[in-house]
Design a protein around this ligand. Structure first.
Ligand SMILES: [Zn+2]
Length: 183
C-alpha cells in the first residue's frame, strides 16, 4: 500500500494564502472573485498595466500564473522570484515568516502516527484472516464429504486472499460470520 508523507514544499504551499500575503504584506491591489477562490492583480514580475497575474485556490494550495510574462507556480516559486532566492532558502523563509512548523520532530511524529495506523490495520487484518480460516477449516472438517460445502470453502479461501490484498477487514469478518452460519 502506498504511504506518503507531506514534504516541506507540500506543507508550505498548502499553508500559505498567497493573494492575502501579496495584498497585506506587499500592498498589491488584489481583485478577488466573489467566492474568493480566485483573483487577479498587476503582475509584480513584469511591466504590467492590465492585471494579467491570476491566482487560483486548488485543493493543495494557491497557484499563480501570469499571462503576460508566463511566470507561474506556487507560493514557493513566488518567493524565489520575488526575493531572488534559491528553492531551499525560499522554503526556509516562508516557514519562518508564516510560522510553519516543519521541523524534524513534527514530521517524525506525523510519520509515526501514519505508521501506527498501518500497523493497527495489518494486525487486525492478520487476526481476522486467522479467525476466518479457522472457521472455514472447522466447517470443512465437520462435513468433509459434502461437495457443495467443499466448494464453498475453497471459494471462501479465494475471497480471503482478495480481502488481504484489499486490506478489507470487514470482508474477512463477513466470511467468518457466513462460515459460522453454515455449521
Ligand atoms: Zn507577469
Amino acid at each position: 500500500m502506498a504511504q506518503r508523507f507531506l514534504s516541506t514544499y507540500e506543507v508550505v504551499k498548502e499553508s500559505v494564502d498567497l493573494p492575502s500575503f501579496m495584498e497585506g504584506d506587499l500592498g498589491i491591489d488584489i481583485q478577488w472573485s466573489s467566492d474568493r477562490e480566485s483573483c487577479k492583480c498587476i503582475c509584480p514580475f513584469h511591466g504590467d498595466s492590465d492585471p494579467s497575474f491570476s491566482m487560483r485556490k486548488h485543493a493543495d494550495g494557491w497557484g499563480f500564473h501570469c499571462f503576460g510574462c508566463n511566470s507561474g507556480g506556487t507560493v514557493v516559486e513566488f518567493f524565489m522570484k520575488h526575493y531572488n532566492l534559491e528553492r531551499e532558502e525560499a522554503l526556509e523563509q516562508i516557514c519562518e515568516r508564516f510560522e510553519i512548523g516543519t521541523d524534524s520532530q513534527e514530521l517524525l511524529s506525523a510519520a509515526i502516527r501514519a505508521l501506527s495506523r498501518d500497523v493497527n490495520t495489518s494486525g487486525r487484518l492478520a487476526s481476522m484472516h486467522r479467525l476466518a480460516a479457522d472457521e472455514c477449516r472447522t466447517l470443512l472438517r465437520s462435513r468433509v464429504e459434502d461437495a457443495a460445502l467443499r466448494k464453498w470453502v475453497s471459494n471462501a479461501f479465494r475471497r480471503m486472499n482478495e480481502c488481504l490484498e484489499d486490506m478489507d477487514c470487514d470482508g474477512l469478518e463477513r466470511i467468518c460470520t457466513e462460515a459460522r452460519r453454515l455449521k
